[in-house]
Design a protein around this ligand. Structure first.
Ligand code: SAM
Length: 475
């Protein structure tokens, strides 16, 4: 059956339309050296209003060095304009690796008989949350395989409740994002009521035919159910959703087009685009060898994709995980990434182990530094590490968050929040060297808060954190 491209449709094949993607790729090939068009696209991107999938596709295939350089420069500038020099920190928490799906790239696939299967008890979750708090984390992304028997929604909800209830020393997990398999509107509503931040679900690939082969068995095989999940999540009241492609599975040009079409669809139907986009690449893991997938992308292509997404969706948060090395992450920070994980353990129960366990890991972690090391590194690079969770707690989700971005009030809101949460980290968890570098950074950054009264209140709160042991201030 031939489907018509329609961004407003609720049918996956219509809003992620194969023919439209092929036509966009052809258009990009035909115009990749068309300097007049390239100039027009870049001029539009300069307005900070984003680009369509078709326009972004032309930039992606263009290899004229002067234009590639312009793309990188503009991405860096847009990142600075909307996100300043702040980088938000989070950690994944793996609850269970029981899974009934057959995803061929994931070691949790049901046919893997030698990986140890493990599901955390509430007591174990409590201990993991304490270990994460003791590092300084405030924001988690919980992860679980799909298994209606072992990991039903009740288990996920109870786990969220446990995590929010733990307050160890000055610690607290203030935002729990959730990365679990596609589910029903009713279950999304339950997650919303449990107080989750973002609902994250990676599409893996937008290429339907490949998707069906890469997910040969289990509920995840249903491409339409998976692709239409964000619409159900939004119908269930979750207005912050996170997209992602697992790069390496399919042609990256196809994927970028699909990803941006998905963002356009959410905007067209729900009036708000994705809150975040993540950039995972397939990595080595237990019985998974990434070289068996033909579409791996090199670091330069990866960087270019990140830069183009930055200019195509200027208000969307962009995430890079510890799948990537310190070096790759450093480059990505300048091109648009606004959020990174730190000190991640991708094994179930990994945070309470002295030595990094690998028996239940979802993927091998490339960047294995401690959170303190990551924070010091960010500071040395001139970024302000932020543990802020204020927006969603103040109800600034969905379009209200986008409004904040557009109003340019971010420097009076996110910036002081970043400085205050960094101060908490420095006082409670940092090594002496990180503390020294962080305090110097705060002193330098405080005067950059534009509004005088906000600057004054922020300075007072910084004192109260340091001298009076007070915590959790926010604008
Ligand atoms: N089971 C849920 C689902 O189906 O969406 C949760 C996702 S899983 C715990 C998190 C993500 O890790 C997957 O969506 C996938 O993109 C990624 N992943 C799986 N295997 C990977 C690998 N070998 N290398 C890198 N990332 C991988």
């Amino acid at each position: 059956m031939g489907y018509q491209y329609n961004p407003q449709s609720l049918v996956a094949d219509e809003f992620i339309n194969h023919e439209e993607i092929l036509a966009s790729l052809k258009y990009a090939d035909e115009h990749k050296n068309d300097k007049k068009l390239l100039d027009e696209i870049l001029a539009k991107a300069e307005l900070r209003k984003g680009l369509t999938h078709k326009e972004a596709g032309v930039l992606l295939v263009c290899d004229e060095p002067e234009y590639v350089e312009k793309i990188y420069k503009l991405a860096e500038q847009i990142k600075k304009d909307f996100y300043g020099n702040r980088i938000v920190l989070f950690a994944p928490l793996y609850l269970s690796n029981y899974c009934v799906n057959g995803c061929v790239y994931c070691p949790y696939h049901g046919q893997n008989r030698h990986i140890t299967r493990k599901k955390l008890t509430q007591e174990e979750i409590k201990n993991e949350a304490i270990a994460l708090q003791d590092m300084g984390h405030k924001r988690l992304a919980i992860e679980a395989g799909e298994d209606p028997f072992n990991n039903p929604i009740e288990y996920i909800l109870e786990s969220i409740k446990t995590i929010y209830s733990i307050k160890h020393r000055n610690g607290a997990i203030r935002r729990v994002n959730v990365n679990i398999a596609a589910t029903t509107v009713e279950e999304y509503r339950m997650l919303k009521e449990a107080g989750i931040g973002t609902y994250i679900l990676f599409q893996e690939t937008y290429h339907k035919e490949s998707y069906l082969k890469l997910h040969p068995t289990g509920p995840k095989h249903d491409y339409n159910w998976h692709t239409e999940a964000m619409d159900r999540a939004m119908d269930g009241g979750i207005d912050d959703v996170g997209l992602g492609v697992l790069f390496g599975l399919e042609l990256y040009r196809y994927e970028l087009c699909g990803l941006l079409m998905h963002a356009e669809h959410l905007e067209a139907v729900h009036g708000v685009g994705p809150h975040t986009i993540s950039f995972p690449r397939v990595k080595k893991a237990d019985d998974i060898d990434p070289t068996t997938f033909d579409n791996g992308i090199d670091d330069d292509t990866f960087a270019k994709i990140i830069a183009i997404v930055r200019i195509a969706v200027p208000y969307t948060g962009m995430i890079i995980s510890t799948r990537e090395s310190q070096q790759v992450r450093a480059r990505a920070l300048y091109l648009g990434i606004s959020q990174i994980s730190g000190a991640s353990r991708t094994s179930v129960g990994g945070y309470t182990e002295e030595i990094r366990p690998t028996d239940t890991e979802q993927f091998d972690v490339s960047d294995q530094r401690s959170l303190d090391e990551v924070i010091k590194w960010l500071i040395d690079l001139g970024f302000v590490p932020s543990f802020c969770t204020a927006c969603y707690r103040a109800g600034r989700t969905g379009d209200r968050f986008m409004e904040l971005c557009k109003s340019k009030q971010i420097q009076n809101c996110c910036h002081p929040n970043a400085l205050m949460t960094l101060k908490e980290f420095l006082v409670d968890y940092a090594s002496p060297a990180t503390r020294k570098a962080g305090d110097a950074l705060i002193e330098k950054e405080l005067p950059t808060i534009p509004q005088e009264n906000v600057r004054r209140i922020c300075a007072e709160h910084l004192e109260q954190i340091e001298k009076e042991g007070q915590r959790d201030f926010r604008f």
